[in-house]
Ligand binder design. Structure first.
Ligand code: ADP
Ligand code: MG
Length: 614
């Protein structure tokens, strides 16, 4: 039999590849937008006609291409993004297969105009069905414009397969959202048949979400933040009240790339369990940052699926982080009688059963001896019912330290002096130590606890200030002499815009001039000398975010204040200060995490320690 195998001509191979890469106009949109981002553009314009069936055009102000590169970019497996196989495991670009432009050029009329920064003159190139029709020098601005016309002109079956214009437009807008959300630092514009659909200026993530989904969205967002060795999680979830029947606003980005993951979606949904109605779906915008080496994005040609090395850990982390964020949000000024009680429990204790209280009578107890250690029922820190969980940590810590002695005389005295009671009130027999002026260490029943002093104070201030600002009940300390603080004009304007809310935290502003503000009162927890810095930080934080909806703005202000007011690491604390801090911490709703979701304390149990000594 004669040889029958032959190599497919390039244009046929490209058409076959196109079947994988380009399903519809929105696929072209995605590839072109991603190329523009890889080219480091800071401004990108997408223009479509007839739902992209007639034209998809993307203009960027990125690095552009040389004449040779412009020509090469349409060859299959032509890419500037990887050189050796190892590069595949360290990808920071969207593209790397070098297939998109070749595929698109096989099934459409493509016009490219491009110029690099270094060259005087650019290149214009026309390609139809993989054939170069013309190539000319052209006077064009730096960057690249690629116009893709008459998609599938040479494959009528596929053209007929396209859906109605509204459906195809929907697909395009979805792709546009995904790319624009992942890159708020890039300005995007989208026009359809000549009319603007989106105009998105450079902004932060919150602002980008609001610009896309509408002003109302702002008040629905609950910030999420967590940083661990495995992953950094940032972004927002939508408050449970606004969960929807459709899965519209669900976005995962891994290293700035939109991905679909039923598994991670499940992690988020399970964090919302009990907070949303059956049949509704939580909304989220979550940016995950992981080491590129720990993922494989190569498993799907259009790259929306991804494989993680340590999926289980990621699942657990994501779920816990979102639970925390929702827990913090439950401090919001909403009276919620159906609040899930597990939200109030520090997460490491969530699954544990409550310890039944035990009462022990210490026969050796003598109220007249100075040795307070003999008191059998001791609670080292002041507490109220909120801190009930923490009692379990301490309960029984001193058991056995003074075994009841038979025959010893016991007093049953009615006589109680005021002094004795006073002492008892302030008594915190628990030992605390300071480590490196940074951590407070304290023995607990199961071992020991290490508290991060800055974060603990941040948590305390955050809850206090949030309560004040929400209930509008702040106490202010009057300054002896009004304090004049200098700020730039725009910063003063910002300060003025949040004046009212700040006054609920205890600030009293008396006079705004062009460059200064006079302050007559400040929050009780604030020291006068800190005021200028605190205000400066506050304004910077407000500028970086969107000040609008009440909850988010209060939360933002309070977080910022707590951040700059909290005692920093490096400050030595005396015994009273340490104890005060610990007491206050355990009166907080969420003592175990800081307002930005970082751990406030860790416990080391004796069993783990024992293991170290074998
Ligand atoms: P990939 O993105 O996978 O590398 P493409 O076919 O999408 O493959 O693009 C091929 C090459 O063309 C890219 O590697 C890049 O060098 C160049 N290129 C494509 N679009 C642009 C653009 N907008 N600006 C600059 N270079 C571009
Ligand atoms: Mg590409």
């Amino acid at each position: 039999m004669a040889d029958i195998i032959q190599l497919l001509p390039d244009h046929v191979a490209n058409q076959i590849a196109a079947g994988e890469v380009v399903q519809r106009p929105s696929s072209v949109v995605k590839e072109l937008l991603e190329n523009a981002i890889d080219a480091k553009a800071s401004s990108i314009t997408l223009l479509i006609k007839d739902a992209g069936k007639t034209l998809v055009q993307v203009t960027d102000n990125g690095m552009g291409m040389s004449t040779t590169d412009a020509r090469l970019s349409f060859e299959r497996h032509a890419t500037s993004k990887i050189k050796v196989a190892e590069d595949l495991f360290n990808l920071n670009t969207k593209g790397f297969r070098g297939e998109a432009l070749a595929s698109i050029a096989a099934i459409a009329h493509v016009a490219l105009k491009t110029k690099t920064n270094e060259s005087e003159i650019g290149t214009a190139l026309c390609i139809e069905g993989s054939k170069v029709i013309s190539q000319d020098p052209a006077v064009v601005p730096c960057g690249t414009t690629i116009a893709v016309k008459n998609l599938f002109y040479n494959i009528p079956a596929r053209r007929n397969f396209l859906k109605s214009n509204p459906v195809e437009t929907r697909h395009i807008i979805d792709e546009f959202h995904r790319v624009a959300l992942a890159h708020p630092q890039i300005a995007f514009t989208m026009l359809h048949n000549g009319s603007p659909v989106f105009e998105l200026p450079v902004s932060n993530m919150r602002q980008r979400i609001v610009n896309i989904f509408g002003t109302k969205t702002n008040e629905k967002l609950v910030p999420v933040e967590e940083e661990t060795d495995l992953v950094t999680i940032k972004g927002f979830v939508i408050k449970p009240d606004f969960a929807r029947k459709s899965r519209g606003e669900q976005f995962f980005f891994v290293n700035n790339r939109f991905i679909k993951s039923a598994y991670l979606n499940h992690a988020v949904s399970s964090a919302f369990e009990g907070l949303i109605q059956n049949g509704t779906h939580p909304g989220y915008f979550l940016m995950l940052e992981v080491n590129p080496k720990s993922i494989d994005i190569n498993i799907h040609p259009t790259k929306t699926e991804i494989k993680f090395d340590d999926e289980h850990a990621l699942y657990a982390m994501l779920r816990a982080t979102i639970k925390h964020s929702l827990g913090q949000f439950s401090i919001a000024p909403v009276l919620d009688f159906n609040k899930e009680s597990s939200l109030e429990t520090p997460y490491s204790y969530a699954g544990k059963r409550a310890v039944a209280p035990t009462i022990e009578v210490d026969r050796a107890f003598n109220p007249f001896t100075e040795n307070k250690k003999q008191n059998a029922i001791q609670f080292p820190y002041k507490r109220d019912k909120k801190s009930a969980n923490w009692e379990a940590l301490y309960l029984g810590l001193n058991d056995g330290s003074s075994p009841p002695q038979e025959g010893q005389i016991t007093f049953e005295s009615e006589e109680v002096t005021g002094k004795l009671f006073d002492n008892k009130e302030q008594e915190t027999t628990q030992q605390t130590f300071q480590l490196q002026n940074k951590y407070i260490v304290s023995p607990i029943k199961s071992g020991m606890m290490v508290i991060h002093q800055y974060r603990a104070h941040e948590r305390i201030l955050y809850e206090e200030l949030l309560k004040n600002i929400t209930l509008q009940q702040a106490v202010s300390q009057q300054l002896l002499f009004p304090l004049e603080v200098h700020l730039s004009k725009p910063n003063l304007k910002v300060l003025k815009s949040i004046q009212e809310q700040l006054e609920f935290t205890g600030f009293v502003f008396s006079n705004f001039t062009d460059e200064t503000v006079s302050i007559e009162g400040i929050p009780v927890a604030l020291v006068e000398s800190q005021v200028p810095q605190v205000l400066e930080n506050l304004v910077a934080d407000v500028v970086a975010e969107i000040p609008e909806a009440n909850f988010s703005q209060n939360d933002l202000l309070v977080k910022s204040l707590a951040r700059s007011m909290a005692i920093k690491a490096g400050v030595a604390l005396n015994k009273e200060e340490r104890e005060h801090l610990v007491n206050k911490l355990f009166l907080c709703k969420e003592p175990s995490v800081s307002p930005s979701n970082k751990p406030v304390l860790v416990t080391l149990d004796a069993i783990a320690m024992d293991k170290k000594f074998v």
